[in-house]
Design a protein around this ligand. Structure first.
Ligand code: NAD
Ligand code: WQD
Length: 340
């Protein structure tokens, strides 16, 4: 079985990708410092997979400790680098922590990959690199815009680093940059899912926590945008579909088909408004959701969704799970959570 190191593998997208890798016949190995995760994720993985996924509790910025992972694991076929901080608002408060963790960890990882001759990297990028786009849907050729937050800038910098590395003489690391749109939902078993620590910033966890009575009501941020119902438009992709995109990307690299650096949007190709998400959630649960409309949230992009053609044509990747089913899994997961 080919071994794939999954940094941030105990996180939201990482844990679903660990399941997808294992089910596709790979041997995932988690490297996570649990700065935004809990041990219970490992129990969820065990319940789903019926085995213990190897875990290294290591900070990817700690080069000596991370080197120990490469030494211990021997032959590694590829790395998927999820490990990063991801809270946009927090990145404004603590920019240095974000640059250190997100950019710093990538540099450490790349140096270790060079040292150990590991040649394949799949990197978590984000549609945040497009800023407020001039035209929709966005393709991979849509110009990126100066990011509106330090978090967004870390993703742009990491992309730049990988593109520059691909041009360097003698470089033999191949990178696939996956630009995720808005991942939502949970494993159908309800045993792993999104684990926002504290008050969620993202829409779907706030919706499910409101329905569960953890939050008083949802505020819909802005209903005066130039969109079909005035609320913002996003491309909500089911996390299990997103996880599968990583497996396909890894396989492409191992098949020797990947160029030095490749970039893919990973979205559904469809936009939904915030109010559509609320209505769909109400339909799924059969209950009204407490919400009110409020002012716009600073820094929000009015509308963005992916042109998913390149991923379909080059990777053969298409999403399979729609909004309704994705929200149903998010709700199932929420019902299994304890309010700690
Ligand atoms: P997450 O916080 O659930 O997962 C990240 C994991 O990385 C956590 O388990 C955390 O403990 C770990 N981690 C953080 N810093 C680390 C370090 N230095 N060393 C080791 N482990 C570390 O986040 P997620 O939603 O699963 O996001 C995964 C990746 O995808 C991130 O790079 C994020 O920026 C990117 N991304 C996320 C979204 C989204 O909406 N969730 C969208 C686009 C891109
Ligand atoms: C979605 C929509 C909100 C909460 C952020 C990051 C981005 C990416 C994904 C990583 C927006 C509205 C939300 C609420 C609301 N992450 N909303 N009430 O803003 O698309 O992107 O996460 O790369 O970089 O910026 O996602 O889930 O926060 O918001 O009305 O309580 O829901 O205004 O229109 P967003 P989100």
């Amino acid at each position: 079985m080919k071994k794939i190191l999954v940094t941030g593998g105990a996180g939201y997208i990482g844990s679903h990708t660990v399941v997808a890798l294992q089910e596709a016949g790979f041997q995932p190995v988690i490297v996570d410092d649990f700065s935004n995760s809990r041990e219970s994720v490992l129990e969820g993985l065990r319940a789903i997979l019926g085995l213990d996924v190897p875990v290294h509790r290591v900070d990817c910025n700690d080069k000596a400790a991370f080197r120990g992972v490469f030494e211990a694991e021997g032959e590694v076929a590829g790395v998927i680098h999820f490990a990063a901080f991801k809270a946009v608002g927090e990145s404004v408060q603590k920019p240095l922590a974000y640059f250190q963790n997100n950019v710093g960890s990538l540099l450490v990882l790349l140096e270790l990959m060079q040292e150990f001759g590991v040649k394949n990297l799949v990197f978590s990028s984000s549609c945040t690199v497009y800023g407020v786009p001039d035209a929709l849907p966005v393709t991979e050729e849509t110009p990126t815009k100066p990011a509106s937050s330090p978090y967004g800038r870390t993703k742009q910098m990491c992309e730049d680093i990988l593109r520059d590395l691909s041009q360097a003489p003698g470089n033999d690391i191949k990178s696939i940059l996956l630009r995720y749109f808005n991942p939502i939902g949970a494993h159908p078993s309800g045993k792993i899912g999104e684990l926002p620590l504290g008050v969620p910033n993202n829409l779907v966890p706030f919706v499910t926590q409101t329905a569960a009575g953890w939050r008083e009501e949802l505020t819909v941020y802005g209903t005066d945008y130039d969109t079909p119902d005035g609320s913002c438009v996003r491309d909500y992709i089911y996390v299990g579909d997103l996880a599968r995109a990583h497996v396909v990307a890894v396989q492409r690299q191992l098949d020797g088909k990947a160029a030095d650096v490749e970039t893919f949007n990973v979205g559904t190709g469809q936009g939904n408004t915030v109010l559509e998400v609320v209505k769909t959630f109400e339909k799924v649960t059969g209950q009204p959701l407490r919400y009110r409309t409020g002012p716009r949230r600073a820094g929000d992009v009015p509308a963005i969704y992916a042109d998913a053609t390149r991923a379909a044509e080059v990777l053969g990747f298409r999403t399979e799970v729609g909004l309704e089913e994705a929200l149903a899994t998010a709700w199932r997961w929420q019902q299994n959570l304890k309010n700690e």
